[in-house]
Design a protein around this ligand. Structure first.
Ligand code: ZN
Length: 297
């Protein structure tokens, strides 16, 4: 956390110099000391790295300093969905509670419906990011099509049959996801590195994410505001085995977009932000205030 803070502080310290050089090397060496799997310059997965970084920073500043006894009882099934959601969130915060949770963690609702008796059961799980499938191997799709596929009802049958609590036995069920709680910062991971349906490789499909705001209300389980604006993109070019990462980031004050490519940083045309290289997308809930530059991790 201290190493990370030093970098963020450096980034946001105003300076008269027009060309200032910052290095992320101390952060990288700290991370590879803690997680040797990130050593060297082999290709790593940006989403996996981000998850490691965020969860690691979160642990360092977790407001829960001594772990309370785990609650082993199930959430009362007779509660309403919103009560269940609040109870699940309370149980999560009991163990994981930090500035990082405040910013990044949302809650996903899973609805399981028995096709035999019609019984519906809902469960709520926290998420740090959403991994969205891409519905096409080539060409262009809208980001909404990825959300459609992610939230689409699926049938669980055969070996996947869950146990229906009403029938008291394994039954064919349907399952669907919706978003119960929207995080202030929404991280969307596009599943480009696919191993699904006999296809192993990278999808170079262009996923069209609107630069004018993303309305996620069709995927909302509740009433919370859910309009987002994009402020960062982690891009991957290359293949499953080797490639190159760059980043596009919107300056929070000037709203200009910058391209970060190894040692080079320059202003870029906003129209080029959307490309087939986009891999991890960073959205900010519209209307949320910039309390500090550290929001922009
Ligand atoms: Zn049933």
């Amino acid at each position: 956390m201290n190493t990370f803070c030093a970098l963020i502080r450096d980034m946001w310290t105003s300076s008269d110099e027009t060309e200032r050089v910052l290095t992320t090397a101390p952060l990288k060496s700290m991370i590879q000391r803690l997680a040797p799997r990130f050593m060297g310059s082999q290709q790593q997965d940006a989403q996996e790295f981000l998850r490691y970084l965020l969860e690691g920073l979160h642990e360092d500043v977790n407001r829960v300093t001594s772990r309370p006894k785990p609650i082993t009882t199930d959430i009362d099934d007779s509660m309403s969905a919103s009560q269940k959601s609040m109870e699940a969130w309370k149980r999560f915060l009991r163990l994981e509670n930090s500035k990082f949770v405040d910013l990044f963690v949302g809650q996903l609702k899973a609805t399981l419906r028995c096709t035999v008796c019609g019984h519906e059961s809902v469960t709520f799980d926290p998420f740090w990011d959403l991994s969205l499938p891409i519905p096409s191997r080539s060409g262009q799709v809208r980001l909404q099509a990825c959300f459609d596929l992610f939230t689409k009802e699926e049938v669980l049958d055969g070996d996947e049959k869950p146990t229906c609590s009403k029938c008291q036995k394994r039954q064919k069920c349907t399952r669907s996801f919706s978003i119960q709680k929207f995080p202030r910062i929404l991280v969307v991971h596009l599943k480009r590195f696919s191993t699904q349906e006999r296809f192993v490789g990278k999808l170079n499909t262009t996923v069209d994410f609107s630069m004018n705001g993303l309305d996620l209300s069709p995927y909302s389980a509740g009433q919370t505001p859910c309009r987002y604006s994009l402020y960062g993109v982690a891009n991957h070019s290359g293949t499953l085995l080797s490639g190159h990462y760059t980043a596009y980031c919107r300056h929070p004050y000037t709203a200009e977009w910058y391209e970060y490519n190894d040692s080079r940083v320059h202003v870029m045309d906003q129209r080029n932000v959307n490309s087939g290289k986009a891999y991890v997308l960073f959205f900010e809930l519209a209307g949320s205030k910039h309390r500090s530059g550290s929001t922009h991790v």
